[in-house]
Design a protein around this ligand. Structure first.
Ligand SMILES: *Cc1c(COP(=O)(O)O)cnc(C)c1O
Length: 373
């Protein structure tokens, strides 16, 4: 049995294994069916059941989920997609992959999420979709603006890579009527090793994503099909989730309640330990509803603190350098003052399930010393 041996607890992020993952993978390896298989479909059913939605479509990554979801929403060349600059670059690359223009917007520095007002201010006649990023596990469902967006034919495609299992009021993320994209990458709250999931709003969207993830092939291939041919109905990529990865996700899902409890406990421990420190602002999480993905602070002394903590072997990180300042996205650069300030001041503290209360004490003590020096 392979469980996570405790890695250096001061790493910024780490997967956490519960012990059944390796056996689940071994079973798939012995089965000889490594690609899309019944195991992948079982993972889809279990995720749909967990969320209480009719369907879920597994893909090979969160990036693939965003790419296929944008295509399923009808976004393409000539249209514009509103996205916060404060996100992982994958969100932006998925928009470029469909040939749409990028309209970067600011975030609320208190939550690192977009607000309804910021979205409203950015909508134009060219807007085809808004991609809110559910930063750190916070729900940012834009409920108050949904009516207006729907009336203008603007899709909400949620980047919920950080937010599997989080709730907004009574709604689990993925159940509030948006086209939702999860990532099950190595350090996400639930991991497949690599993987992603699209929660479609309609059966048509589900069919589209299923075709897109299998190279545009519409009918079963190989031994499943009793024909000498197959039908390529349209564009598609090799985006299916392998059974090997799905098996890891299934084993992880069995323990998700523990994952959620542990992450909430660790986040609250950090919150209490950080409270006495001057000149740091905790980026707040509604920890009763969210499953926290990161523990972040804002400090005007970020660069100095980053260097001092790294010198002590503490894996602090920056989520994220603003995308509107990246060379690849220079065509869509604009002035985004809140994002630029966050880009200078944000610091992610080590946050993963191998941490103990003692580890958190060590990190926060070192942080206090770095701030005081
Ligand atoms: C991880 C992540 C993605 C991409 O997911 P992958 O599974 O790594 O492709 C997209 N957006 C955000 C905010 C992420 O953190």
């Amino acid at each position: 049995m392979i469980t996570s041996t405790k890695p250096d607890a001061r790493r910024n992020a780490s997967p956490y294994l519960y012990g059944q993952e390796a056996a689940a993978v071994a079973q798939v390896l012995e089965s000889g069916q490594y690609g899309h298989s019944d195991v992948t479909e079982e993972f889809e059913h279990r995720i749909a059941e967990f969320l209480g939605v009719p369907d879920a479509v597994a893909v090979s990554s969160g990036t693939a989920a965003l790419h296929t979801a944008l295509l399923a929403a009808g976004v393409g060349p000539g249209s514009e997609v509103i996205v916060p600059s404060m996100t992982f670059c994958a969100t932006v690359q998925a928009i470029l992959a469909v040939g749409a223009a990028v309209r970067f917007i600011d975030v609320d520095p208190a939550t690192l999420c977009v607000t309804e007002q910021l979205v409203r201010d950015a909508v134009t006649d060219a807007t085809a979709a808004v991609v809110p990023v559910l930063f750190g596990g916070r729900a940012a469902d834009l409920m108050g603006a949904r009516g207006e967006l729907n009336a203008r034919g603007i899709a909400v495609v949620e980047d919920a890579a950080h937010a599997f299992g989080s709730r907004s009021g009574p709604h689990l993320v993925g159940t509030a009527g948006a086209l939702t994209c999860f990532s099950f990458g190595p350090i996400k709250n639930l991991t497949c090793g690599q993987g992603g999931m699209v929660i479609p709003r309609t059966p048509e969207e589900a069919d589209t994503v299923r075709r897109l993830r299998l190279l545009g092939v519409q009918e079963p291939q190989g031994e499943r099909a009793n024909t000498t041919t197959y039908r390529v109905g349209g564009f598609g990529m090799r985006y299916q989730l392998s059974a090997i990865n799905a098996a890891i996700g299934l084993a992880q899902l069995d323990h998700f309640a523990t994952t959620a409890d542990t992450r909430r406990h660790l986040w609250r421990t950090y919150r209490d330990a950080l409270a006495p420190l001057d000149s740091v602002t905790l980026v707040d999480v509604d920890v009763d509803n969210a499953v926290p993905h990161l523990c972040q602070i804002l400090t005007p002394h970020r660069d100095r603190v980053f260097t001092a903590l790294r010198a002590r072997g503490i894996g602090v990180g920056v989520h994220y350098p603003p995308n509107h300042l990246q060379p690849a996205f220079a065509a869509w650069r604009r002035l985004l003052p809140a994002t630029e300030r966050v880009g200078r001041e944000v610091l992610s503290l080590p946050f993963h399930q191998h941490l103990t209360e003692t580890d958190i004490d060590v990190v926060v003590t070192a942080l206090g010393q770095a701030l005081a020096s």
